[in-house]
Ligand binder design. Sequence first.
Ligand SMILES: [Zn+2]
Length: 170
Amino acid sequence: MKSITFILSIFAALLFVGCTNSTTATPKSSKARFQTVSAGQATLLQKGKNKESCVICGMHLQTFYKTSHAADTKTGTKKQYCSLHCVVHDNEINKTDLLNLKVVDTNSLKFISADKAFYVVGSSKPATMSRTSKYAFAKKSEAESFAKKFGGKVMNLYDTYTESMKDFKR
Ligand SMILES: [Zn+2]
């Protein structure tokens, strides 16, 4: 009888080991976001201890880099945002006068002038702070091929901004 209890206890111990193994072995699968780039690819234009965060919502700029925007204030301070949504918030709700609006080109990851950019609005790629995704491109042909692959409409800054304002209407 003793030997059976011994075997049972070993069996129980093995089960326990098996269980702990399976829980520790399960990786936390965190798939990288489409908007995210590596630290070396992200350009931070603002200064100060919070330079890595959106000035409006505080989200990490590198994580949402491909939808990042930047602008200057009248006093020359540079501000960086996670998305056009937060630009609209600063401009329309906080009534901050913003100059020289820039946006990240989704392909080159460089900042380009937003009023010369071609935005793809409403693609299947994830949106930042909005229900409608908006990605900008320096070249019209690149915006068109993105829209062909992932859906959405190619728009200029004015129409994209107007689209973004819909987020604030209830
Ligand atoms: Zn933001």
